[in-house]
Design a protein around this ligand. Structure first.
Ligand SMILES: [Zn+2]
Length: 147
């Protein structure tokens, strides 16, 4: 049907004065010509339908998105890896002091000190073997005592 020559509303069938009075609605390439009142009604209904059915869904989706995306600033800096490591660490008790392991620093004699001790013992009249043994024993005893 040629709407230019015969301006008829496709919905209510009312003949219009002029082609320009008709509104055109394109849906998937198919044109439907409507008079002003039909067009207004259709738009109105469509808007009501979208308001009733689609708007609440859209609002809920937006809310859920916001909930998922919201992370407090203090947690944002930590990466997932750091959080895992923290959980594996020993639990801190409030007010308790964690003792550090004492550094293993044993007292020892330098070579010169050993020689001095050896010479002193020899001067007192000890033999070579006795003096050597005594120095070694003294060093052993020193190694066992912690500072
Ligand atoms: Zn109409």
């Amino acid at each position: 049907m040629d709407h230019r020559k015969n301006p008829i509303c496709d919905i209510c069938g009312e003949v219009q004065d002029c082609f320009k009075r008709l509104k055109v609605l394109k849906v998937k390439g198919e044109k439907t010509y409507m008079c002003k009142s039909c067009y207004r009604d259709k738009r109105h209904n469509h808007r009501n339908v979208t308001k009733r059915e689609f708007v609440p869904i859209i609002i809920e989706e937006k809310k859920e998105k916001k909930k998922k995306e919201y992370i407090p600033k203090r947690y944002k800096k930590k990466t997932n890896r750091e959080v895992v490591q923290e959980s594996e660490a020993p639990i801190k008790i409030k007010g308790a002091k964690i003792r550090k392991k004492p550094n293993k620093s044993y007292s020892y004699l330098t070579l010169q000190e050993k020689q001095m001790m050896y010479n002193n013992l020899k001067r007192k009249g000890m033999s070579h073997e006795e003096a050597d043994e005594q120095v070694k024993e003294f060093c052993k005893a020193l190694r066992q005592t912690k500072i």
